[in-house]
Design a protein around this ligand. Structure first.
Ligand SMILES: C[S@@+](CC[C@H](N)C(=O)[O-])C[C@H]1O[C@@H](n2cnc3c(N)ncnc32)[C@H](O)[C@@H]1O
Length: 374
């Protein structure tokens, strides 16, 4: 059953009127309005058409069953420092099991055939994860420059490399304002373009930052692959109804903000448009098989990485649920769809919380790796 959640307070504030003014219009006391807004009582059914007329929205919108059509789209600002300064723990948890190291070695030696030291620039480097992965397996003498908007992440990156033998530099800059002064042998990014409103502009900047013959590599998701990439033994795979709901949300974000949930699949086309050569695309081959019958340390590593990165190690508070509902409805989903999503997500959460020692699941991200030469 769909829960009714009146939107009167939001509508009233949007219109810039007080509870008393609304109460006068409806011929009720301001205490009544206050009680509706606090969820203590509901307005008489006969008042709904008046409210609908007054705020110029449908009764469903007043009852919170449909998203407010006049709502101003609220970006999550995933291209801002404020957002990423809070994400260090999430990034660390989600990167523990992101790559099979030998696959990265294979790309460097057999696919990209890098045999001499190179200078790499990493756009949106975060806490320097790619530098940590790449420097030990690149030819000795290679250098790594990371650019990022987040001071918190860059501080961590600098601390990690402080006493290392590698030549690194970390530059704080909004990528949109970043002025590329030097030319590098490779520009790389991972999980960056998906978060930006203008991924093509940044790809262009990456291309500008390499010398002729240099390489541009983008490692990015397709969120639909990622979302479908979870199988939990004992749970009906097809009942994981989150993807169609999320697709609506992603589509709105793409249309209204430019955040592209399927950017991973489009980059090779953009690379072609920008004149890169030898463009090719591969998949990161990492699949996490969370198997309680396997080695205990491996099990714990995979299990913890999955549940922490997805915040599945605890139940959501009512406020958190309400924030999800607000976010989803702001992106055009109905309350019923949002509640269905929360229900499906809660089932996954409770599975992992109940089965900390014997969860049996498989997770693959299918990160797409696109590359080309200038
Ligand atoms: C999902 S994280 C990926 C970090 C890193 N590439 C990795 O894979 O661990 C996205 C990164 O992009 C950075 N970022 C987002 N918007 C940015 C912008 N406008 N300018 C510079 N960096 C930005 C964030 O600070 C964050 O470190």
């Amino acid at each position: 059953m769909n829960t009714v959640k009146l939107t009167i307070a939001e509508l009233r504030k949007d219109k810039g009127i007080t509870q008393s003014e609304l109460a006068d219009f409806l011929g009720v006391s301001f205490q009544s309005v206050s009680k509706w807004e606090n969820g203590i009582t509901m307005p008489d059914i006969a008042l709904l058409p008046m409210l609908s007329e007054y705020f110029q929205v449908s009764v469903d919108e007043i009852l919170g069953l449909k998203p407010l059509s006049n709502r101003i789209y609220k970006s999550r600002k995933t291209d801002s420092e404020e957002h990423w300064n809070k994400q260090l723990d999430y990034l660390k948890d989600s990167r523990i099991e992101l790559w099979n190291h030998e696959y990265l070695e294979f790309l460097i030696s057999k696919v990209w055939r890098i045999t001499k030291p190179i200078d790499i620039i990493d756009f949106g480097c975060g806490y320097g994860y790619l530098g940590m992965m790449l420097l030990p397996i690149l030819p000795a003498g290679s250098t790594y420059t990371g650019v990022d908007i987040s001071d918190t992440l860059l501080e961590e990156a600098r601390a990690i490399f402080k006493d290392s033998e590698y030549k690194t530099e970390f530059i704080k800059s909004d990528i949109n304002l970043f002025n590329v002064k030097e030319k590098y042998d490779m520009a790389i990014c991972q999980a960056l373009l998906r978060h930006l409103p203008n991924p093509k502009d940044i790809l262009k900047k990456m291309i500008d930052s390499v010398s002729v013959g240099g390489m541009v590599t983008c490692i990015e998701v397709n969120r639909a692959f990622e979302n479908e990439g979870l199988y939990i033994q004992g749970m009906d795979y097809s009942s994981n109804s989150r993807t169609p709901i999320m697709q609506k949300l992603w589509k709105t974000e793409l249309e209204l903000e430019g955040r592209d949930y399927s950017i991973g699949m489009k980059i090779p086309f953009y690379m072609q448009e920008y004149g890169l050569h030898n463009i090719d695309i591969r998949l990161n081959d990492k699949v996490s098989f969370i198997n309680p019958f396997a080695d205990k340390n491996k099990y714990n590593r995979l299990f913890n990485s999955l549940i922490k990165a997805n915040n599945w190690d605890r139940t959501l508070s009512n406020d958190e649920k309400e924030n999800i509902i607000k976010l989803f409805m702001n992106r055009g989903l109905t309350r019923a769809e949002t509640e269905e999503y929360i229900k499906s997500d809660s089932e996954i959460r409770s599975y992992f919380m109940k089965n900390t020692d014997n969860a049996f699941a498989l997770k693959t991200l299918c990160l797409l790796i696109s590359y080309g030469t200038k």
